[in-house]
Design a binder for this molecule. Structure first.
Ligand code: GDP
Ligand code: MG
Length: 163
């Protein structure tokens, strides 16, 4: 089976932007994962001739809640359960938030391999600001700019190393 890579993170960090860049119009119905019904959240993509499935967990609707904190937590739990690798996305512009720290804690407790991507690193100055993300305890933060297609090769190398 193709490895499953789940994109996790609080709202507005750029998960869907990243998903769309990686999916590159190949969004399709690929897997039948319990608890998840929204097919457009899945895409098959490839990097260096290896195919994998990506999930945009931000779009997973959680029943019976309109609390953002609850739905981020539930989305992270689904990702932990279903994914082979978790791609945790943060925002270089805001720095680490309480919600980031909470998700990081859940992810650290899981046994899943994690790649930490710090998005919106559009310029060298913002790239320098990613170092604080070492404090999440998830290893090396990788600066990316989903909007400008920067850093995605290094990020995908790191994902594939952990599959
Ligand atoms: P999501 O809620 O995590 O899915 O985030 P979205 O993909 O919807 O993006 C939230 C906002 O961040 C949108 O206004 C995007 O245009 C913006 N955004 C996404 N990626 C980047 C980036 O690399 N740089 C900048 N400056 N903005 C970005
Ligand atoms: Mg989204």
């Amino acid at each position: 089976a193709k490895p499953i890579v789940a994109i996790v993170g609080r709202p507005n960090v750029g998960k869907s932007t990243l998903f769309n860049v990686l999916a590159n119009e190949r969004i399709s119905i690929v897997e039948d994962i319990p608890g998840v019904t929204r097919d457009r959240l899945y895409a098959t993509t490839e990097w260096l001739d290896r195919e994998f499935v990506i999930i945009d967990t931000g779009g997973i609707e959680i029943a019976n809640t309109d609390k953002i904190a609850v739905s981020i937590r539930e989305q992270a739990q689904i990702a932990i359960r279903e994914a082979d690798v978790i791609l945790f996305v943060c925002d270089a512009r805001t720095g680490i938030t309480d919600e980031d720290a909470e998700v990081a804690k859940l992810l650290r407790k899981s046994r899943k391999p994690i790649v930490l991507a710090v998005n919106k690193a559009d310029s060298f100055k913002q790239e320098m600001e990613i170092f604080e993300f070492y404090n999440l305890g998830l290893g090396e933060p990788i600066p990316i700019s989903a909007a400008n297609h920067l850093g995605l090769g290094d990020m995908l190398d790191s994902v594939m190393d952990k599959v």
